[in-house]
Design a protein around this ligand. Structure first.
Ligand SMILES: Nc1nc2c(ncn2[C@@H]2O[C@H](COP(=O)(O)OP(=O)(O)OP(=O)(O)O)[C@@H](O)[C@H]2O)c(=O)[nH]1
Ligand SMILES: [Mg+2]
Length: 253
């Protein structure tokens, strides 16, 4: 069954998006299973069909090994890799047509350690996609927006899977500001204009150079605006996922 991994910086809306998209798919009579891969989460806005906490629990690790929250989170991230077979079996047994995976809160633990790419490769051999979340409130500043482009390019460089970029929490911004960010994602000149107008001195020079460096990679960052509160954009996400997962489209290029 095809699988999509929801990735983004801490608090970018991964868990609520997993809840909103899975609910929306169920209402559209689609058979979806949700997977929680965050071993440290205490409360989730959905009931996962498969839960990594059945195998690895960051709270238990803190107690057993006398670690602090960050040390336990790192150890837990590495231990998940050993549970790949169990998780894979649980996913198979869910018998869904599509699997949506909510990844650990701190993105670097999943994306930038060895275990994340291993899990993405080993969990299933079926078609895969990454859904990368840009937090709208954070991205309204062109400096942050460019930093997020950089992070999402780094994530792509780790997984090499089709990657779809979403602008999350759009209900928290005025429509005009959402449109502005979407324009930056579609047109590098619009982003360059914003960098010129809104940033000064070193920040302007650095952001411009970073933007050009990322553009040279040839990656597209076309953002789909979404809100997990109003369900805005979920139809578009579904259409793009269907194209990638059933027709093999390489959306990132
Ligand atoms: N208004 C609004 N708030 C949102 C939206 N998505 C998430 N939030 C809020 O943003 C906060 C973080 O959302 P989460 O879904 O927990 O984000 P996360 O990326 O899973 O967070 P961690 O796993 O802790 O890194 C919560 O308070 C959510 O209620 C959205 O679309 N609109
Ligand atoms: Mg979360």
């Amino acid at each position: 069954m095809p699988i999509a991994f929801v990735i983004g910086t801490a608090g970018s809306g991964k868990s609520l998006f997993t809840a909103a998209l899975s609910e929306w798919l169920k209402m559209s009579k689609q058979d979806v299973a949700t997977v929680n891969l965050d071993p440290g989460v205490l409360k989730l806005p959905y009931s996962p069909d498969v839960d990594v906490r059945n195998y690895v629990d960051a709270g238990d690790i803190m107690e057993k090994y006398g670690l602090g929250p960050n040390g336990a989170a790192i150890m837990a991230a590495d231990l998940i890799a050993d549970e790949c077979e169990n998780l894979s079996k649980d996913i198979e047994e869910a018998h869904a047509d599509f699997v949506l995976v909510d990844t650990p809160g701190q993105m670097e633990l999943f994306a930038f350690r060895a275990s994340g790419p291993y899990i993405v490769n080993e969990l299933t051999k079926e078609p895969k996609a990454i859904l990368y979340l840009f937090d709208a409130v954070f991205s309204v500043n062109p400096l942050n927006y460019v930093s997020n482009m950089f992070l999402s390019a780094a994530v792509y460089n780790r997984f090499f899977q089709p990657q779809v970029h979403l602008l999350s929490k759009t209900d928290l911004l005025p429509k005009k500001e959402v449109k502005e960010i979407i324009d930056w994602s579609a047109d590098p000149r619009a982003l360059e204009d914003a960098i010129e107008q809104k940033l000064e001195d070193t920040k302007r020079i650095f952001s411009r150079s970073m933007m050009h460096a990322i553009s040279q990679l040839g990656l597209k960052f076309l953002l789909i605006p979404v809100s997990s509160r109003t369900n805005e954009g979920l139809t578009n996400v579904n259409t793009v996922l269907e194209r990638i997962l059933t027709q093999g489209e390489k959306y990132t290029y």
